[in-house]
Design a protein around this ligand. Structure first.
Ligand SMILES: Nc1ncnc2c1ncn2[C@@H]1O[C@H](COP(=O)(O)OP(=O)(O)O)[C@@H](O)[C@H]1O
Ligand SMILES: [Mg+2]
Length: 251
């Protein structure tokens, strides 16, 4: 579980995140939704320490990340898997080398153990026989799966995904969403996903947090999201034709 208390973040006196408090639950897909520019990426970067916060606390299973020194944070970072916008694979490394990269950096495994772990993770994301290929030889969906394999290679307790579906077609997006959701449940990970995709909300939104102009305006489940009475959230939700259809069908 990750508990965020009263987090604020400003750049040059411009406040981008206002006093956000939220709990991300273990073994669940926690979605942060909001329009482009609402603060999702900045929030996620604060959570993992890529930005320093101006105020607030971030508790990783009761360990306060904000108060930690460099060494203590390093321990938490080892428990974090990250899937950032784009796949951020190394183009000059093979698939296998990409997935192995965190193990080479951080683990004391033998080469054989590393190879076995890489193969386990590639199998888990349903990729076989691509070990020696380069990212440039893969489709967008396959690249994403390699990035997921890399994110889970160190058995993370926490998984952060920033717009995992960006650049993917709807069918492939569904496959990636389902994969992230399955992995979350299977390994009991606290997963946080930034998205502006209502399809993802309906597919895997177990807990949903809505951010508007840097304020948390709503939280709930996907079942509750169509009737919140929040104007900004309605504008976001019903910008998608799919949600309109679902709502009209349920009436
Ligand atoms: N490094 C930065 N310096 C100054 N402003 C930033 C920086 N990064 C993001 N912002 C601003 O913070 C706001 C939120 O951005 P972002 O978190 O990227 O939105 P989202 O991910 O929801 O699309 C935007 O107004 C953006 O311009
Ligand atoms: Mg973003």
């Amino acid at each position: 579980m990750i508990q965020v208390d009263n987090l604020s973040k400003a750049f040059n006196n411009v406040t981008v995140l206002h006093d956000i408090s939220v709990t991300f639950e273990k073994g669940k897909t926690n979605l942060i939704i909001g329009r482009s520019g609402s603060g999702k990426t900045v929030f996620m970067k604060c959570l993992v320490g890529l930005h320093e916060v101006n105020a607030g606390n971030i508790l990783y299973d009761n360990r306060n990340f904000v108060k930690m020194d460099f060494r203590e944070r390093k321990q938490i970072r080892r428990e974090i898997g990250m899937l950032f916008q784009g796949s951020a694979l190394f183009d000059s490394l093979t698939v296998e080398e990409n997935v192995m990269f965190p193990l080479n950096m951080f683990s004391a495994m033998s080469p054989a153990e590393k190879r076995a772990r890489v193969n386990t993770c590639l199998n888990r994301v349903n990729l076989a026989d691509v070990n020696k290929l380069y990212p440039g030889e893969l489709s967008g969906g396959m690249k994403k799966r390699v990035a997921i394999a890399r994110a889970i290679v160190e058995n993370p307790r926490y998984l952060f995904c920033d717009e995992p579906n960006s650049g993917l077609d709807p069918m492939t997006s569904l496959v990636i969403d389902d994969l992230i959701s399955e992995i979350t449940h299977e390994y009991d990970i606290t997963t946080v996903i930034n998205t502006h995709d209502m399809n993802s909300v309906m597919e895997i939104g177990e807990k949903v947090i809505f951010i508007h102009e840097g304020n948390k305006e709503w939280e709930g489940t996907r079942e509750e999201i169509l009737d919140t009475g929040n104007k900004n959230l309605d504008d976001f939700v019903f910008a998608s034709n799919l949600a309109k259809k679902i709502k009209s069908l349920s009436r």
